[in-house]
Write a protein that binds this ligand. Structure first.
Ligand code: ADP
Ligand code: MG
Length: 624
């Protein structure tokens, strides 16, 4: 029988280099990783056997065993799960396919001490075995296949694969322990590690061979226990296992639904964004079980896409066991469960949102943009989502709720004002905000691309319509100014009669603008652009153009500030004979200026430069 020698993928080699030097860090986590893989392998086989009962026809029960050989100084983690064939071995134990490990590599700082401490937090999957072993041997046979295989490596550069005879179904991972690692042969030590990290694994983990071997774990599915029987530590370890995650859960929601539909859900909101949060497939990551049997971790219809950051399990009492994953999606029970799950999670989020001690702002920073997708996708839970939503605003430093906003609305104010853009600081400098600021009217600063999509879909909150301050009229005249702001407003500077100037600008600018009008919303700036009431918001238009979803730009309205000295001076000259020619350059400069402030590209930058130079030269010669 020939033995083949293969090289590790370069990322694996790098990882093994680090793992091999893990001298003092929490080496015991290698067992957590191997047991977790064994348990996953049993879950996979149990599911596959639902539709192919030949796979478990040999009568070998699903279980995990730890076998210690004190003479050979080897520890074996054996499972009777799905096993691997040759391709599986090359693919799974020669490359880095999995999220957790890839993320570990991303976090590496190059500082050996810091990197080692990350191993405990992240786990490095199968490769963690090389923390305690100088040689690892994997014998395995895939369920339903006749040929067994042996994989062997010293964790330095490569591995060998050869055919193996008389291999039972499943996988045996044998570690030849490094000198000084004998503690991992001791039953009591192993039992303690198993209880610490793997107690929740619903399969028995036995120590030793044969029928009288002791069971080290509790071997009951954690989610079936009542809340009062589960410690925070146990929840956390379960989250790590089920979510392939290594941060702490920020929120744990564990409940049993009874009545028409019976299921148990144990769901976690992570502290950190999972790396695949913005994967375009937007698939939920929660595992579906049916009466304790693992079915799938890609149950598309189980949760709405905007809750894809959740990790955990849902265990249904009602769904049929022998249902294929494809058929599952059409099952009406799944849709009802989805609605119940979403409602319960959102209710908990709303409760957290109203609790100032809960750390909700950090949650919102991490997941708010995803949750907001629900505002246009899920009408049924829109009210809960609106209550959970938080926004930056011109009125407060932190995050504001819509309830806060409505409570702060001014007399005569009919709408919830918003402005959308890429960055909150830049938004705060927008000229369109000036008039609102002067009257003490709050504006929500929206900087997630998704904001452009839910705003038109939601339209209003408590009968107050959302209104962009960069589109349509400013709606400011009806709003009573705050008292302090009123004093300011009293001392209003002289205002120009803009009639002739507006006519002149329209004539000079022609088709370049949709309209020219005096502004209600400007107090400091001379000009700004706004979109017409029925047109698309300017920020959305830029966004769509960036993504090549749009190739034309709607014409803008140019608003001029009648109180601005420049506008006043221009207005005085606009009625004079020959003004149209004299002021043509100024007209274009005003428009280009407004475009620049808006972040819109200038259609003719060289014309802009020429006009500016001419004007500066005139100004200088007049001064000299
Ligand atoms: P992860 O468990 O996050 O996928 P690991 O490095 O722990 O990453 O394992 C890599 C892959 O190797 C697993 O996804 C699985 O396909 C395979 N594997 C590891 N251990 C076993 C096992 N005991 N039985 C079957 N497959 C296994
Ligand atoms: Mg693993």
């Amino acid at each position: 029988m020939t033995e083949e020698r293969l090289q590790f993928q370069s990322d694996v080699a790098r990882l093994l280099e680090i793992v091999a030097h893990a001298l003092y860090s929490e080496k015991e986590v290698f067992l957590r990783e191997l047991v977790s893989n064994a348990s996953d392998a049993c879950d996979k086989l149990r599911y596959a056997a639902l539709t192919d009962d030949g796979l478990m026809a040999d009568g070998v029960p699903l279980e995990i065993r730890l076998l210690a050989d004190t003479e050979a100084r080897t520890l074996t983690v054996a499972d009777t799960g799905v096993g691997m064939n040759r391709e599986d071995l090359v693919e799974n134990l020669g490359t880095i396919a999995r999220s957790g490990t890839a993320r570990f590599l991303e976090q590496l700082s190059g500082d050996a001490r810091k990197d080692l401490s990350l191993i405990g937090q992240f786990g490095v999957g199968f490769y963690a075995a090389f923390m305690v072993a100088d040689e690892v041997e994997v014998t395995t046979r895939r369920a339903g296949e006749a040929q067994g295989w042996r994989w062997r490596s010293d964790g330095k550069g490569g591995f060998t694969i050869a055919e193996a005879a008389d291999v039972v179904r499943g996988t045996r991972v044998t570690l030849h322990l490094k000198p000084g690692e004998d503690e991992f042969l001791d039953e009591r030590r192993l039992g303690a590690i198993v209880r610490k990290y793997s107690d929740h694994i619903p399969l028995p983990i036995r120590f030793g061979d044969g029928g009288d071997a002791t069971t080290l774990n509790r071997a009951s599915a954690l989610w079936t226990r009542s809340k009062s029987e589960v410690t925070a530590e146990e929840y956390k370890e379960f989250y790590h296992h089920v979510g392939h995650a290594f941060d702490d859960p920020w929120l744990t929601v564990h409940w049993r639904a009874e009545g028409k539909l019976e299921y148990t859900a144990l769901l976690f909101v992570p502290t950190l964004r999972p790396f695949d949060l913005f994967d375009p497939r937007r698939r939920p990551a929660v595992k579906l079980y049916v009466r304790r049997v693992f079915i799938t971790d890609e149950a598309e219809g189980l949760l709405p896409a905007y809750l894809r950051f959740l990790r955990g399990v849902v265990d249904s009492e009602d769904l049929p066991l022998n249902v294929s994953r494809e058929m599952l999606q059409q099952n009406p029970m799944l849709a009802r469960m989805k609605s119940g799950l979403a409602r319960r999670v959102l209710q908990d989020l709303v409760r957290k949102a109203d609790d100032p001690e809960s750390g909700y702002p950090a949650f919102w920073e991490a997941f708010g943009a995803v949750l907001k997708e629900g505002l246009y996708e899920d009408n049924e839970h829109r009210d809960l989502l609106l209550r959970a939503a938080r926004f930056r605003s011109t009125a407060a430093d932190g995050l504001a709720s819509l309830e806060d906003y409505v409570g702060r609305m001014k007399e005569g104010q009919e709408a919830i004002f918003t402005i959308t853009g890429d960055d909150p600081d830049a938004l705060l400098r927008s000229p369109q905000l000036e008039g609102y600021r002067a009257k003490g009217v709050e504006v929500l600063l929206l900087t997630d691309p998704v904001d452009e999509f839910w705003l038109p879909a939601v339209a209003s909150y408590k009968d107050k319509p959302f209104k962009s301050v960069t589109r349509g009229g400013a709606d400011l005249s009806a709003i009573k100014a705050a008292e302090a702001a009123e004093a300011n407003a009293e001392a209003k500077p002289a205002v120009a009669d803009t009639g002739p100037l507006v006519a002149l600008l329209k004539l000079s600018l022609g088709d370049a603008v949709k309209d020219v009008r005096p502004s209600e919303r400007l107090t400091d700036s001379a000009v700004c652009l706004v979109a017409d009431e029925g047109d698309m918001d300017m920020h959305l238009e830029r966004l769509l153009k960036q993504h090549k979803q749009l190739d034309r730009t709607a014409r803008r309205i140019l608003e001029i500030n009648p109180a601005h000295p420049l506008v006043r001076a221009l207005a005085e000259r606009a009625g004079a004979p020959g003004a149209t020619d004299d002021l043509a350059d100024a007209a274009w400069l005003l428009l280009d200026q407004a475009r620049i402030v808006e972040g819109e590209p200038l259609p003719d930058p060289s014309a802009f430069a020429r006009r500016l130079a001419t004007l500066m030269a005139k100004g200088l010669s007049a001064a000299g």
